[in-house]
Design a protein around this ligand. Sequence first.
Ligand SMILES: [Zn+2]
Ligand SMILES: [Zn+2]
Length: 260
Amino acid sequence: MSFFIPARQLTPGCTFELDSETRYEHAIGGSHNIAGADCPNCRLPLILHCTLDVDDPLLNIPNRKTKLIPLLYCMRCPLAWFEFSYRVTNSSSIRICEAFTENRFLKSRESSHITWPAAIAKVRKEWESYVGVSSWPRRSLGFRPYSERLQQLFDKAMSAGLKKEEKDECQLLLNGYSRQIPIVPQPINQMGGIPYCPQGVPTGCCLTCLQKKDRARPMRIVMSLTNEPLLNLKVSVPSVQILFLICLKCYTVTAINRLS
Ligand SMILES: [Zn+2]
Ligand SMILES: [Zn+2]
């Protein structure tokens, strides 16, 4: 199979195949012992959403610097209010580059109407009442690219919308996948591609490369995550989409969340 990958895309859009028997070490959830991966606010291990195995050619990540890329984030505290970035230094360590902590909070507008401890308590309460855990049982993960026709239909669903017969065709194609995939436009769990982002597709350059006076390098979307009852997957509070982007040069990962 060959795929046309438009510029700025990491890979073709792929759906998840959970508990799949794959020879790669992709996984969703699990606990971790990654050095440097504690939330600077919570002082708890960051939440490990996914682990990606660079050896899988489907990921299309060149310059293998490390075998595993952990996708880490924390929505238990105000870290999630702004972009969070870290550099993957090897399979078992990261270095945080950018995080919303008390110092940044005190310089922000939010600090005029809420104190830092109150902000932490507010976010934590929301997390505890809806998600309540900081890790999920590890499940192996496989990826299956959408067929060219399905990707065309998804692209159209995101731009012009689908006619009735196109929706039916889309549903028929989706029936061929091992699990139920909702028809976009709505945020879905997807690796690579350009997922549906109700608040706009994030674009931007890698700050680590810019700080090193290297040239501006576009970040690529590597993962879109959202709650999915059919998968029994609760990755965040309701109506939130988590996006992970990566710089292919330096393996800086940026996590953001958007309302869906
Ligand atoms: Zn935190
Ligand atoms: Zn970079």
